[in-house]
Write a protein that binds this ligand. Structure first.
Ligand SMILES: [Zn+2]
Length: 266
C-alpha cells in the first residue's frame, strides 16, 4: 500500500514525520466550471488533485484538501470572434450563453486572499516549500498565483512554485483545449463514472458557441472556418489509457522540477 499523502486523513505525528522528511506541501485547486455536458464541473480541480497525490507519493510531502476555487475574466472581443461570437458580448470564462449551468468563478481578489492566507499559515507551521497545483488555465488565475509565488519567494522563507496541471507546462509546450479529448481522457482515467459521452450529439462537428468545448488552436487564434471543434479533438476519441498516460507523463515531468527545487532548498 502506498503512503497516505492526504493530510486531512493523517494524525499529527504522521504529518510531523512527513514534514521532517520533506517540508513540502501541495495545494491542488481549480473552480467548479462548465466542461461541456459530458464532463463533471470539477474536472480542473480533480485533475490537479490526482496530479498532486501522484507527485507527493513520488517526491514526498503531503497534499492539502483540494480547494474548489478559481477565477476568470471577461473574454476579449478578438477571442470571442475566434470562438464564433460577434465580439461585443460580455462572456466570462467558459460561461457561454447556451450553457445550462453557470460556473462558480470567484473574484480574482478573493482567490488571492485565500491563497495568501494559506501560504502564511503553511510557513508558520514549518513548511519550506509549497506547490500550487493549479488545474485551471485562465490567464488571471495564472497571473494571481504567479504573483503570489514570486512575492513569497522574495519576502518569506517559503519557496512557492506554481504549476499548471497540463503536460508540457514546464517546457512551455502545452494545450489550452477545454473539455475536449484530453480532459475527457483524464476524467475517464480517474473518475470514469463521472463521464457520460451519450450527452453529446452523435452529429459532429460540435459548434464552439453551443457546447463551450473549444480546442487549443481556436484559443490561439486559429479557428476552423465554421467555428467548430476539430475532429481530432473530439471527446469521443478519448480513452482511459490516454488519460493514464497523461498522468504518468505529467508526474514524471513535474517530479523532476520539484526535486531540483528541493535540492536548492537544502
Ligand atoms: Zn478544464
Amino acid at each position: 500500500m502506498s503512503r497516505e499523502v492526504r493530510v486531512e486523513l493523517m494524525r499529527p505525528a504522521q504529518i510531523v514525520e512527513a514534514r521532517e522528511e520533506c517540508p513540502l506541501v501541495f495545494l491542488p485547486l481549480g473552480p467548479l466550471e462548465w466542461h461541456g455536458p459530458h464532463l463533471p464541473v470539477g474536472t480542473d480541480p480533480l485533475n490537479a488533485q490526482e496530479v498532486a497525490r501522484r507527485l507527493a507519493r513520488e517526491v514526498g510531502g503531503v497534499v492539502l484538501p483540494t480547494l474548489f476555487m478559481g477565477t476568470e475574466r471577461e473574454r476579449s472581443p478578438e477571442m470571442l470572434r475566434n470562438i464564433g461570437f460577434r465580439g461585443d458580448e460580455y462572456i466570462v470564462g467558459m460561461d457561454f450563453p447556451a450553457n445550462t449551468l453557470a460556473s462558480l468563478y470567484f473574484p480574482e481578489e478573493l482567490l488571492a486572499l485565500v491563497i495568501r492566507s494559506y501560504l502564511a499559515l503553511l510557513e508558520r507551521i514549518g513548511y519550506r516549500m509549497v506547490v500550487l497545483l493549479n488545474g485551471h488555465g485562465a490567464a488571471n488565475q495564472i497571473a494571481t498565483l504567479e504573483r503570489l509565488a514570486v512575492e513569497f519567494c522574495h519576502t518569506t522563507s517559503l519557496r512557492v512554485l506554481h504549476l499548471l496541471a497540463i503536460p508540457g507546462y514546464t517546457r512551455g509546450e502545452y494545450s489550452w483545449s477545454h473539455a475536449t479529448r484530453g480532459e475527457t481522457a483524464i476524467m475517464q482515467a480517474c473518475f470514469p463514472e463521472s463521464v457520460d459521452l451519450s450527452t453529446l450529439p452523435e452529429q459532429e462537428p460540435l459548434a464552439n458557441t453551443q457546447f463551450a468545448i473549444v480546442d487549443d488552436r481556436t484559443f490561439r487564434g486559429e479557428p476552423t472556418c465554421d467555428w467548430t471543434l476539430r475532429a481530432e479533438e473530439s471527446p469521443h476519441l478519448a480513452t482511459p489509457a490516454e488519460g493514464e498516460a497523461r498522468f504518468q507523463a505529467i508526474t514524471q515531468e513535474f517530479a523532476e522540477v520539484i526535486r531540483a527545487e528541493l535540492a536548492n532548498l537544502a
